[in-house]
Design a protein around this ligand. Structure first.
Ligand code: PMP
Length: 406
């Protein structure tokens, strides 16, 4: 076995001497990589203890739905467990194409393209559509996968310009648009519902600005499909017009109960991206079970709109009650309810207080958010019972007072 201790190499030393996680583990506050032993939806078993899950993106509860499990089992029987190759070469199945047609219809765009993860969808699509000289204009709070798509684009083509505007601030966006020469290509990239803040992009104003300054809109609907809009079709439905965005992206790992992602847009745009996107061409395609599960999720979302309404009702209740108690939950309008704390120390303490009381939430610290903006991300599911929500709110109020957050 190689002896890594005696060999001197700055890369080895850097990792051998990195003790941040170890220190947190020994203080008993380490919150990451907690193995879930069982998941029954609104409850999970962690370290032999049952906790209420208030930190999952399984918004509609479909990841555990028996109907999705069954179609996934059937797809494994028909196609096996892996495609063993990329869509480009030997990994396209007829059900991938069927799924793409279903997604395009669902979203109201002519064509769609599936990727193996939501992360890859953003990295591969954002980087595929820009060329040297183009301008990418990005919200400062966009998801890391959008930023990584931009970094990849700029790594391949150093002549791409990046501009970042203040979070969901359309005046700041306009200030940037005004400075870019009219004849230079511009793309505005944004989350539809922001993953940490839970607020909704001002899409109608963004569209007006995009039209005025000749820009293209790329909209990430990861946390909005299945969550906002009367039938769960996301921000474009919420604002009443499917053409408010030029490309819509979404992941399968949240409301759609699976793993993977897609983009939807015009036929020519999708064909262009399909032949240029490195994360699509050089990575194996969505496994058959996961493709089949998404199709069943779409069917259920259309047949059972009451799930979406229940989720929205829970989001409103939690938001209203948390504000009433005096928590800082920012501008959320959705079932993503951040508890803004600021410093890491009280964030860990409140995480542990929730955990010990039997509630699982997500601590979010730098680099996921800017320094001094640490928060606990709580998120809710259509499958939560009223008693779960009451338990969450009682725990938040009691522990929030004890730790001095309210
Ligand atoms: N976009 C947003 C806004 C997200 O929140 C996420 C996941 N947290 C992704 C993209 C990536 O999706 P996935 O986890 O399915 O790869």
């Amino acid at each position: 076995m190689a002896d890594t201790i005696t060999r001197t190499n700055p890369i080895i030393e850097r990792s051998e001497q990195w003790l941040d996680a170890e220190e947190l583990r020994s203080s008993g506050l380490y919150p990451f990589f907690k193995p879930i032993e069982r998941n029954v939806g609104s409850k999970v078993i962690i370290a032999g203890r049952e906790l209420m899950m208030a930190g999952s993106n399984n918004y509609l509860g479909l990841a555990l739905d028996e109907r999705l499990r069954q179609v996934a089992r059937d797809a494994i029987s028909d196609y096996g467990t892996s495609c063993s190759g990329s869509r480009f070469m030997n990994g396209t199945l007829d059900i991938h194409e069927e799924l793409e047609h279903r997604l395009a219809d669902f979203i109201g765009k002519p064509a769609a393209l599936c990727y193996t993860t939501g992360y890859q969808s953003n990295v591969g699509s954002v980087s595929a559509i820009v060329q040297p000289g183009d301008h990418i204009i990005s919200d400062k709070r966009n998801h890391a996968s959008i930023m990584d798509g931009i970094f990849m684009a700029r790594g391949m083509h150093p002549g791409i310009h990046l501009h970042r505007y203040k979070h969901n601030n359309m005046d700041d966006l306009e200030r940037i648009l005004m400075k870019i020469p009219r004849d230079e290509a511009k793309i505005i990239v944004t989350d539809a519902v922001f993953s940490m803040e839970g607020d909704i992009v001002d899409l109608p104003r963004m569209r007006e600005l995009a039209d005025e300054y000749g820009a293209f809109i790329y909209l990430d609907e990861a946390h909005s499909i299945g969550v906002i809009g009367d039938t769960g079709r996301g921000a474009t439905e919420y604002f009443g017009d499917p053409d408010l965005a030029d490309i819509i992206m979404c992941t399968f790992s949240k409301s759609l109960g699976s793993i993977g992602g897609f983009i939807a847009g015009s036929e020519r745009m999708i064909d262009y991206i399909k032949h240029r996107s490195r994360s699509l061409i050089f990575s194996a395609s969505v496994p058959p079970a996961n493709a089949a599960a998404v199709m069943e999720a779409l069917r259920i979302i259309e047949a059972e709109p009451q799930r979406i309404h229940r989720l929205q009702e829970i989001g409103e209740t939690v938001g209203r009650e948390m504000r009433r108690m005096g928590f800082d939950i920012g501008h959320t309008q959705t079932p993503i309810v951040p508890i803004n704390i600021g410093d890491n120390e009280r964030t860990w303490l409140m995480f542990k207080a929730f955990y010990d009381a039997g509630v699982y939430v997500n601590p979010v610290i730098t680099p996921a958010v800017p320094p001094g903006s640490a928060l606990l991300r709580t998120s809710f599911m259509a499958t939560h019972e009223d008693s779960d929500i009451e338990f969450f709110l009682e725990t938040a109020e009691r522990e929030g007072r004890r730790i001095g957050l309210i």
